[in-house]
Design a protein around this ligand. Structure first.
Ligand SMILES: Cc1cc2nc3c(=O)[nH]c(=O)nc-3n(C[C@H](O)[C@H](O)[C@H](O)COP(=O)(O)OP(=O)(O)OC[C@H]3O[C@@H](n4cnc5c(N)ncnc54)[C@H](O)[C@@H]3O)c2cc1C
Length: 263
């Protein structure tokens, strides 16, 4: 009688792994219905049954489309309707997954180019975790740069995986090695790359540190996922330089997705 009957729009999956990075950030994995298909970079509605009703929020898929399981990177918002509950999820418990993934951070929305820049803040890294595990990314681009800006060093989730695990991955290592560049930056603690990515772009430090030319709409393609301020500022900088926003109907030189909505 009390068993939650998931809405037909949602799959009910079982949590297989939970990892807490900090008191503000965690990752979990769950089973994947074989019929659940998505493109690297997309998001889905996910959530929990609360008082007999689905409570859902948009979440980027952090796992690759080829992965047998699904993975998510989540914030813990104090008193947040979903994450105040989701942060306590345990292996074996159920999560709801919307059947229709969507989103703009997908390869078909970008024109061909030489270097793909994946610029993120906070949980905005999640869609890029999927993209950097997608072989097609390395077939389409000569260089793939993922930047991740956080407040504190311990919020650099996945840093070992991006810098060590993936380039040495059994199957992807050969494709990824030499092409994938990781550029973490930290705003509130001393770090080798201090400050916001927008300042590091403006000063040119990110380009000189990576040994890559300053980006241009001719050669570079950019995906943005982060806080509303980061998106607004970076989008403005790109448009000033002549980049054009891509969409489903018209591929461009950059695409944007919100990492969350400010209420
Ligand atoms: C397209 C899209 C993709 C998203 N992907 C993810 C994801 O992969 N991982 C994830 O944790 N969240 C993601 N979010 C945010 C997510 O939908 C929820 O807002 C979040 O899980 C908090 O839910 P809540 O019910 O606890 O609080 P809410 O009522 O949804 O949020 C309360 C407030 O918390 C802040 N907040 C919410 N989410 C974040 C965040 N991720 N980082 C910093 N501050 C935040 C905002 O100020 C928001 O107004 C995404 C949002 C969108 C629109």
């Amino acid at each position: 009688m009390n068993a939650p009957a998931p809405n037909a729009a949602f799959l009910s999956e079982t949590v297989t792994h939970v990892h807490h990075w900090t008191d503000r950030l965690f990752t979990f994995r769950c089973t994947r219905d074989p019929g659940f298909r998505f493109l690297a970079g997309q998001f889905a509605m996910i959530g929990l049954m609360v008082d007999g009703k689905p409570l859902l929020r948009a979440y980027s898929l952090a796992s690759a489309p080829w992965d047998e399981e699904l993975e998510f990177l989540s914030i813990k918002v104090p008193n947040g309707p979903l994450t105040s509950r989701l942060q306590h999820i345990q292996v074996g418990e159920k999560v709801l997954i919307g059947r229709k993934p969507t989103g703009t951070l997908i390869l078909p929305n970008l024109l061909p180019g030489k270097t793909l820049w994946l610029l993120s803040t906070g949980t905005g890294l999640a869609p890029f975790m999927s993209l950097i595990k997608e072989p097609e990314v390395y077939e389409r681009f000569e260089n793939v740069v993922v930047t991740h800006t956080v407040r504190d060093v311990n919020e650099l989730a996945y840093q070992d995986f991006i810098s060590e695990g993936l380039p040495n991955h059994e199957f992807l290592g050969e494709l990824v090695g030499g092409k994938l560049r990781y550029y973490p930056s930290v705003t509130r603690q001393p770090f080798k790359n201090p400050g916001r990515i927008t300042d590091l772009i403006r000063s040119g430090k990110v380009f000189s540190d990576l040994g890559l030319p300053v980006f241009t709409p001719e050669h570079d393609r950019v995906m943005l996922c982060g806080s509303p301020e980061m998106l607004a500022e970076t989008k403005g900088m790109l448009e000033e330089r002549g980049f054009t926003e891509g969409s489903m109907n018209r591929p461009g030189s950059f695409v944007v997705e919100k990492a969350f909505v400010e209420k």
